[in-house]
Design a protein around this ligand. Sequence first.
Ligand code: AMP
Ligand code: GLY
Length: 423
Amino acid sequence: MNVFVIGSGGREHAIVWKLAQSPKVKKIYCAPGNGGTAELAQNVPIPIDDFAALAQFVKDEGIDLTVVGPEEPLLAGIVDFFSQRSLPIFGPSATAAKIEGSKCFAKNLMTRYNIPTARYESFIDYPSALAYVREQGAPIVVKADGLAAGKGVVVAETLEEAEEALYHIMQEGAFGQAGARVVIEECMRGEELTLLSFVDGETVKPMITSQDHKRVFDGDKGPNTGGMGTYAPVPHMSAELVEEIVEKIVKPIAKGMAQDGIPFKGVLYTGLMITAEGPKVVEFNARFGDPETQVVLPLLETDLVDIFVATVNGELADVDVKWKEGSAVCVVMAAPGYPGDYPKGQPISGLDQLQQGATVFHAGTKRTEEGIVTSGGRVLGVTGTGKTLAEAREAAYASVRSIHFDGAHYRRDIADKAFRHTK
Ligand code: AMP
Ligand code: GLY
């Protein structure tokens, strides 16, 4: 089979890397790809919003399956565009992807299907939103309705912070149309957990659990980022808890969407808070997580291409999705200044001095005549695997220490939460 992966981050490199291990996969293409995917796939310089050009490329090259990494093309309807042309593609339709693209849409679904989540109200006019925030008091969570690259959420500890966020989103238009509507939520307390699931509209096959580290600095300090590191599976989240999440949250939402005539096909990302009252949904995403994928796929035993094909064909029930023993830890190395402004084009060295059990997934890199250089905020995701979480963490950090680019920064406490629980 020839497979085409859309996207250019660490998640897409991990997908390409896993597909490359399949005996069924002959050639992989990646648009636009990065310095890492270039080693396993043919990078194709087609913009990911140019659906006509992407579809033409698929026809010209005889590509059998397209896999979409990021949310933007999903929400813009790439799956609908390809499906109308009978080109097999892995991912949800634009309507189903709204579960990520509109927080109101997601909240409505959850209310209708009794899915546990934070209490909320949504507003399109500023005075009512402000009055509601004042009535509820802090702590409180203010969210722009639409896509805001992870920056549209403010967990306000004080009323002042909440009012400021509301003003920023609704009056100053910080996120444009994405903030024309806001969702104001009860602040949940607890530990966060990610559960990715393959869903073919009917059947749900959960992956292993993982945990992201969203803040930029150690000890969960500083601003939110796209994710500074992950580990999987999360040892202090029991099989019973996962079962509860699948039965009370993932399956009912998939069933509800199918009933509503908008079946979800692809990877459903459930972001959870494990509260004193049990697991509650923080958000749904319509795709693999980044950097969750970089710890989940290395532990997948089953051929990923079989899962993709079965999902597209609605035959996921026939696939036995198996996982390897052991653990994985991914440490993200970021450019100086990230998540703010950062330089690009800095040479990276040490990529060939990896520890046993380590793999580097490129996120923001580019291959040039002089070698691999930085080209994004999150530059690399260094994944270590091992029999134990401690081994996996050591493999990741030992490799991180041998990789260099100017001003690189990374968190030193990835997976520490797991060790705190097991002490
Ligand atoms: P989201 O983009 O909705 O995932 O929100 C980003 C981050 O904000 C989450 O990962 C949580 O850490 C935090 N967050 C979002 N909603 C809530 C909430 N209702 N209560 C507490 N924290 C939240
Ligand atoms: N790691 C968070 C996300 O992919 O949305």
